[in-house]
Design a protein around this ligand. Structure first.
Ligand SMILES: C[S@@+](CC[C@H](N)C(=O)[O-])C[C@H]1O[C@@H](n2cnc3c(N)ncnc32)[C@H](O)[C@@H]1O
Length: 285
C-alpha cells in the first residue's frame, strides 16, 4: 500500500519522518523519493540483517536517511540521541517481512529451519525456548490468545508429549506435531495460527505496539501523522482503540474513517497483503 501510505503520511515538507519498521527499506525509499531534498527519514528496525539490505538500497539518499537498529518502543530516546524533538510523520508496517519469512529463522512452517523467530536482539525467549520449556497450559494460552487457535489445548498437549522423547528443534518438526493433532481440513489454518502466535509472543508484538502508540503521538508536530498497517485483528484493535482515544481528546483527526485495504492487483501480486489494514491520524495543533 505504498501509494496509500504516501497519500496519508506526507503533510509537512520539509519535515522529519520516522519509518518505525524499515525492513528492506521499500516504504522509506518511497517516502524519501516523494519529499523535497531538505526532508529526512529516520528508519528503525530490530533486524540488523534487514537493515544491511536497506542501507545498500537507500545509499543514493545519503545523509537524508539514518538507519538505526532498535525497537520502536525506544523512538523517543532514539530521536533525542539525534537531537530531534518533534517529527512530522511516523509509519508502522507491522509484522514480519518476506525477507524474514525466508531467513531460515523458523518463521515458516513450509521449510525446515531452527525454531527461533526473533526479529532481532532483545527478545527474552526464542521460539525453541517456548516450545521446549514452557508448560502445557502456557503453550495453550499462547496459541489461543495470539492465534485464536481452536485446538490450542490439543496441540499444547501433543507438543509436551513429543518433546519428552526429544526436543522439537525445527519448524518442520513443529509443523508435523500440529498437523498430527488437528483435522486435515483445518491443518493449514492451524499451522498459520500456531506459527503466528509463537512469533507474536516471542517478539512481544502487541505490547510493543501499545507502548509505542501511547508515547509517540506527543512527538508529532502540528499536521504530523501516524500511519499503521496491521495484519492481524488483535493489532488492528489496539490501533483502532488508541486512535479513538486520541481523536476524542480533540487534538487529533482521523484521516481514514475506516481502515484502508489493499486493492485487488496488490493482493494478486502479494497474497500476504490481503489481511493488511491501514489506519491514519493527524495531529491538529
Ligand atoms: C512488514 S516488515 C516492514 C517492511 C517495510 N515496510 C519495507 O518496505 O520493506 C515489518 C518489519 O518490522 C520490524 N519490527 C517488528 N517489530 C518491531 C519493533 N518493535 N521495533 C522495530 N522493528 C520492528 C520487523 O523486524 C520487520 O522488518
Amino acid at each position: 500500500m505504498v501509494n496509500e501510505v504516501l497519500f496519508y503520511l506526507i503533510g509537512n515538507d520539509p519535515g522529519v519522518y520516522v519509518d518505525a519498521t524499515v525492513g528492506l527499506g521499500g516504504h522509506t525509499g518511497a517516502i524519501l523519493g516523494s519529499l523535497t531534498s531538505e526532508s529526512r527519514v529516520l528508519g528503525i528496525d530490530l533486524d540488523g540483517d534487514a537493515l544491511e539490505f536497506a542501507r545498500e538500497k537507500l545509499r543514493e539518499y545519503g545523509e537524508r536517511v539514518t538507519l538505526v537498529e532498535g525497537n520502536f518502543v525506544d523512538i523517543p530516546e532514539i530521536l533525542s540521541r539525534f537531537g530531534i524533538e518533534k517529527v512530522d510523520g511516523i509509519l508502522f508496517d507491522l509484522g514480519l517481512s518476506s525477507f524474514q519469512l525466508a531467513s531460515g529463522r523458523g518463521f515458516s512452517y513450509r521449510s525446515s529451519s531452527r525454531l527461533d523467530m526473533r526479529f532481532g536482539g532483545g527478545a527474552r525467549y526464542s521460539a525453541y525456548d517456548v516450545v521446549n520449556r514452557f508448560g502445557e497450559r502456557e503453550l495453550s494460552d499462547i496459541f489461543y490468545r495470539f492465534g485464536e487457535e481452536r485446538f490450542s489445548r490439543r496441540i499444547a498437549k501433543e507438543i509436551v508429549t513429543r518433546r519428552e522423547k526429544a526436543p522439537i528443534e525445527t519448524s518442520d518438526e513443529l509443523a508435523k506435531v500440529v498437523v498430527s493433532c488437528v483435522p486435515g481440513r483445518v491443518a493449514v489454518k492451524s499451522l498459520s495460527r500456531v506459527f503466528q502466535a509463537l512469533r507474536i509472543f516471542v517478539n512481544n508484538e502487541l505490547e510493543n505496539l501499545s507502548v509505542a502508540l501511547s508515547v509517540l503521538p506527543d512527538l508529532l508536530n502540528p499536521n504530523g501523522r501516524i500511519c499503521v498497517i496491521s495484519y492481524h485483528s488483535l493489532e488492528d484493535r489496539i490501533v483502532k482503540n488508541r486512535f479513538k482515544e486520541l481523536i476524542s481528546s480533540g487534538m487529533f483527526l482521523a484521516l481514514t474513517k475506516k481502515p484502508v485495504s489493499p486493492g485487488i492487483f496488490e493482493v494478486q501480486a502479494n497474497r500476504r497483503s490481503r489481511s493488511a489494514k491501514l489506519r491514519c491520524i493527524l495531529r491538529k495543533e
